[in-house]
Write a protein that binds this ligand. Structure first.
Ligand SMILES: O=C(O)CCC(=O)C(=O)O
Ligand SMILES: [Fe+2]
Length: 357
């Protein structure tokens, strides 16, 4: 199984950043200390480990589904390619995104399944999928989506209360039964044998509200606020990695941090293995207007008052934001070095010698 094959351990001698470990069962039990830990992680780096989440079996099934799908002939996969218009559901072929100012093409493949399709199965809601996805919709994908949604929404509810918002304010724009960009994704990157530097996923912030990530090999790196040094996040067995994305950053007036991260080939001996990850991206309802919620929270209102005017009012819906960001990654959008700026999210950490991301 791709997620479970044995491989060399994550090396101890590479620059690594420890994340806070949040225990989901303690969060569910209303443990005050654990809630504080979640708040600290969400506001300082925007990344944390989540243990005791109870989704391990479904994650293994998702790795299997990904392997079965990526193993299909390219011609078959291309029938489901997500295309250049900003749609984020379907298959993403290797080489259709650009990765840097020079327009270098990517090497990763994705299988993206809309939450709306998993929940409405067997009736398609947004689009159709390869046979290998259909075959596991009922047995694997639906369960993974339902459990991931419940976890992310429970965490969002807690952040809602810590932000001083009225009960359920964020839940209003994250309704499970309303169309949204919520997506289950499997990612595959090839083994990397070359000595040259390579990017699997270029520096980015996540586009939605909260990401629930499961990886096995190293390669994920974060840039700490104010630093230009990339640090690995070590995969820990049984621990998911959660991170805040742009839309919670906007709703919270910047209080919740959508931090830059990237994926490079796994470190040292791990580099010769295929790298797989499974992610669930919780994103707001398509029609939700992206705007800070300062009218509903004094804490957010204070934060917005200190921020540059208009920073947390992009003036678009969640669907428009997502489409714009997905489209801006496609190689067809690459017109020269200036196209790189169009890829920016909410993050504005300067990178030394490279200007802003
Ligand atoms: O594969 C990983 O470890 C991270 C994936 C990621 O950052 C993403 O899909 O947005
Ligand atoms: Fe990401």
């Amino acid at each position: 199984m791709p997620g479970l094959t044995s491989f060399p351990p994550f090396p101890e001698d590479v620059p690594t950043h420890p994340l806070l470990v949040v225990d989901y069962q303690l969060i569910r039990a209303g443990d005050g200390q654990e809630t504080e830990k979640l708040w600290k992680a969400a506001t300082e780096l925007g990344f944390w480990y989540l243990k005791n989440h109870g989704v391990d079996e479904e994650v293994d099934g998702m790795f299997e589904m990904g392997r079965e799908t990526i193993a299909l002939p390219l011609e078959e996969k291309l029938k489901f390619e997500q295309g250049d218009q900003g749609v984020s559901f379907g298959y993403k072929a290797a080489g259709v995104q650009f990765m840097d100012e020079r327009g270098t093409r990517d090497v990763t493949e994705f299988v993206n399944i809309a939450k709306d399709d998993a929940l409405s199965w067997p009736t398609p809601a947004r689009r159709t999928y390869p046979s290998t996805v259909n075959a596991r919709m009922e047995s694997t994908i639906k369960q993974f989506v339902e459990k991931s949604l419940a976890i992310n929404n429970a965490l969002i509810d807690i952040l809602n209360d810590k932000l001083g918002l009225p009960k359920g304010a964020l839940a209003e724009s994250h309704k499970p039964d309303t169309f949204s960009g919520c997506t289950a994704r499997v990612i595959r990157a090839p083994p990397h044998v070359g000595p040259e530097e390579k990017l699997f996923l270029t520096a980015h912030t996540d586009f939605g509200s909260l990401s629930f990530l499961h990886n096995r090999l190293g390669g994920l790196q974060v840039l700490l606020p104010g630093s230009d040094k990339w640090l690995y996040v070590k995969p820990l067995p049984g621990h998911a990695i959660c991170n805040i994305g742009d839309t919670l950053n906007i709703f919270s007036g910047g209080i919740l941090r959508s931090n830059i991260h990237r994926v490079i080939p796994p470190p040292k001996d791990q580099a010769q293995y295929e790298r797989w990850s499974v992610v669930f991206f919780t994103r707001p309802n398509d029609t939700a207007m992206l705007r800070h919620l300062s009218a509903q929270s004094a804490v957010i209102s204070d934060a917005v008052a200190r921020a540059p005017a208009g920073k947390y009012e992009p003036g678009v819906t969640a669907e428009e934001w997502l489409m714009r960001r997905i489209r801006s990654q496609r190689a067809t959008q690459y017109k020269g070095p200036e196209s790189w700026n169009d890829r920016r999210g909410t993050e504005d950490t300067p990178i030394l010698e490279r200007g802003y991301i």
